[in-house]
Design a binder for this molecule. Structure first.
Ligand code: AMP
Length: 216
């Protein structure tokens, strides 16, 4: 199974992915997580990406496309994978199609996660991530059992630098201008399914996603 989670920052892509990978037994490929890991490790890619990320801007397509092309060739992607946060521009989607053709891969579905703007803002300002394992929490909607500590590994929780209000505004604008055209792009290809996620529990939303994606 190969599918894409499309949606604005704060839509919950990371949270749903965490559950979907257990259901489908496939890896989650989050370009945001990969970039953050590179920044943390001080790699060349991290150095090139950091400024864009801090400003809430998209990292240049060529860097991201190269990263994805390498990642999907790894052994754990043999039975499929879930793309979270990629593609984010029409150019990336075209490049993905080219890579799939070259490697004989077939995209099963694109899930468009729809969330109201005011809900997005609250989710982003409340978001906390684990420094050790990357798990997501939210002080409003998904608080950890112990304040500041990860339920899964006990690691320290932190707020991403790009989850500050001014940067959030920027990221939402960037989504509208550069990523939302992908809704029409994948609708035209008859790949897109909408999932309403402004309300409802995480488990219900995940269930709705699996009903659309199907089994494999
Ligand atoms: P995310 O964790 O998905 O919200 O991504 C955090 C940041 O990483 C974004 O604001 C971008 O700066 C960068 N990023 C992640 N994925 C992409 C992508 N597909 N294209 C360009 N930049 C990306």
């Amino acid at each position: 199974m190969i599918f894409i989670l499309l949606g604005p920052p704060g839509a919950g892509k990371g949270t749903y992915s965490g559950k979907l990978i257990d259901i489908y037994k496939i890896p989650q490929i989050s370009t945001g997580d990969i970039l953050r890991a590179n920044v943390k490790q001080g790699t060349e890619l991290g150095a090139q990406a950091k400024d864009y990320m801090d400003k809430g801007l998209l990292v240049p397509d060529e860097l991201i496309v190269a990263l994805i092309e390498d990642r999907i060739k790894e052994a754990d992607c043999k039975t499929g994978f879930l793309l979270d946060g990629f593609p984010r521009t029409v150019e990336q989607a075209d490049a993905l199609e080219f890579i799939f053709k070259k490697n004989g891969l077939i995209l099963d579905k694109v899930i468009n996660i729809i969330v109201d703007k005011d809900v997005l803002f609250k989710r982003l300002t409340g978001r906390r991530m684990c420094k050790s394992c990357g798990a997501n929490f939210n002080i409003y909607t998904l608080p950890p059992k112990t304040e500041g500590k990860c339920d899964k590994c006990g690691g320290e929780l932190y707020q991403r630098t790009d989850d500050q209000p001014a940067t959030i505004e920027n990221r939402l604008k960037v989504y509208d201008m550069q990523t939302s055209p992908l809704i029409a792009y994948y609708t035209k290809k008859k790949m897109l399914a909408d999932i309403q996620a402004s309300t409802g529990s995480i488990d219900d939303i995940v269930k709705n996603i699996t009903e659309v994606v199907g089994k494999k």
